[in-house]
Design a protein around this ligand. Structure first.
Ligand SMILES: Nc1ncnc2c1ncn2[C@@H]1O[C@H](COP(=O)(O)OP(=O)(O)OP(=O)(O)O)[C@@H](O)[C@H]1O
Ligand SMILES: [Mg+2]
Length: 307
C-alpha cells in the first residue's frame, strides 16, 4: 500500500470495524507466518510520548491475534510496564544473571496471555555487562522457546542501552506525538539508528493524534526528511488517537486495550497490531535462532553514546 495513504486507510479500516461491530476481542486468529521469535523494539527520541503504553497494548492485541508475546521491560524508569499493569515484579534479570533465579522463575504471566520480563535493575547499562554475565543472559534467553514475538520497551533518547536494544531488533518502532519537539527528536533517534545500522527496518507510530489526517501528516513529514537527509525509507505504521480512555486506564493500572476494547485508541491499536502481525521478517534478520541470538547480537554490536 502506498505509504502516503496509510493513515487514511487506517481511518477507513477503523470505520469498517465500527460498522461491523468488530472492535471487540475476537479470540485467537491464525495469523502466524513468522518463524522463530520476531523482536520489535519500541523507542522514541523524546520521553513521555507513550512508548510503555503502546508496548503494553500492542502486546495485548498481538496476543489476542494468536501470537505468543513476551514483553521485555528494558526501561527501569518510573512509568514502566509493571506500573501500567499493576504488577510488582519481585525479581528481574539481575537475579538471573547472578544465578539466584532462572529466567522462567522471573517471568510474570498475565491473564491476557502476555508474559513479562523485567530488565536488570542492578545494571543501568546492559551493554556494559562483564563477559560472564553476558553469557548468563544469552544462555537464559536461549532456553526460552515458543514466543512468536518479543516486544522491548526502552527508555527515550540515544543513550547506550536504547541503541543497544535497537540495533539487533528485527523491527524498530519509533513513537512520536504530533508535538514539534517530539517530531524533531524522532528524527534525531532515526538518524542515530541509521548511522549505525543503515538497513534497519524502522517504522513510525504517531501516538496521541487528534485525527487521522494529523497522524498522516506527521508520518509524511518525518518520512520525507529521513528520505531527504538520511536517504532512508521510514515506513508509517499508523497512529493512535489521543484518547481520554488511555489516561483513565493508566490511572486504573489496566491496559486500555483490555479495559476499554471499544475505545478509539483500542481500535487503532488493533489496526497497528494487525499490520505488525502481517509483516514478514526476512530470514537473515530474524532472531530465528532463538532469543539468545538477539542478545548475542546485542553484546557484539559496538554502541556509540549519544551524538
Ligand atoms: N493515546 C494516548 N491518549 C492519551 N494519553 C496518552 C496516550 N498515550 C499515552 N498517554 C499518556 O501519556 C503518559 C505517558 O505515557 P508512557 O508512560 O507510555 O510514555 P513513555 O514514552 O513510556 O514515557 P518514558 O519516556 O518516561 O518511558 C501516559 O501516562 C498517559 O497518561
Ligand atoms: Mg516508558
Amino acid at each position: 500500500m502506498p505509504e502516503t495513504n496509510m493513515d487514511l486507510d487506517q481511518a477507513a479500516g477503523l470505520r469498517r470495524m465500527m460498522m461491523k461491530n468488530e472492535n471487540k476481542p475476537s479470540g485467537r486468529l491464525a495469523t502466524s507466518s513468522w518463524t522463530g521469535t520476531k523482536v520489535i523494539t519500541v523507542t522514541s527520541g523524546k520521553g513521555g510520548v507513550g512508548k510503555s503504553t503502546v508496548s503494553v497494548n500492542l502486546a495485548m492485541a498481538l496476543s489476542e491475534m494468536g501470537k505468543k508475546v513476551l514483553l521485555f521491560d528494558a526501561d527501569l524508569g518510573l512509568a514502566n510496564i509493571n506500573v501500567l499493569l499493576g504488577v510488582v515484579p519481585k525479581y528481574n534479570l539481575y537475579h538471573v544473571i547472578k544465578k539466584n533465579k532462572t529466567l522462567k522463575d522471573i517471568i510474570i504471566h498475565t491473564p491476557a496471555g502476555v508474559d513479562i520480563v523485567a530488565g536488570a535493575s542492578g545494571y543501568s547499562i546492559l551493554a556494559d555487562l562483564p563477559e560472564e554475565d553476558r553469557r548468563e543472559v544469552i544462555k537464559a534467553f536461549d532456553s526460552l522457546k515458543g514466543y512468536d514475538v518479543m516486544i522491548i520497551d526502552t527508555g527515550a533518547g540515544v543513550g547506550q542501552n536504547v541503541t543497544a536494544f535497537t540495533l539487533p531488533a528485527d523491527e524498530v518502532v519509533v513513537v512520536t506525538t504530533p508535538e514539534p519537539t517530539s517530531i524533531t527528536d524522532a528524527y534525531g533517534i532515526i538518524k542515530s539508528i541509521v548511522l549505525l545500522a543503515p538497513d534497519k527496518d524502522i517504522k513510525l507510530l504517531v501516538n496521541r493524534a487528534g485525527s487521522a489526517i494529523e497522524g498522516k501528516r506527521v508520518i509524511e513529514r518525518i518520512a520525507n526528511i529521513s528520505n531527504q537527509f538520511l536517504n532512508v525509507k521510514v515506513e508509517g505504521l499508523g497512529f493512535i488517537f489521543d484518547d481520554e480512555f488511555v489516561i483513565r486506564s493508566v490511572r486504573q493500572q489496566k491496559p486500555f486495550y483490555l479495559a476499554y476494547p471499544k475505545s478509539k485508541a483500542s481500535g487503532c491499536v488493533r489496526v497497528v497490531a494487525g499490520r505488525l502481525a502481517g509483516t514478514e521478517v526476512p530470514l537473515n534478520q530474524s532472531a530465528g535462532g532463538g532469543l539468545g541470538s538477539f542478545f548475542k547480537k546485542l553484546f557484539s554490536k559496538p554502541v556509540n553514546e549519544a551524538e
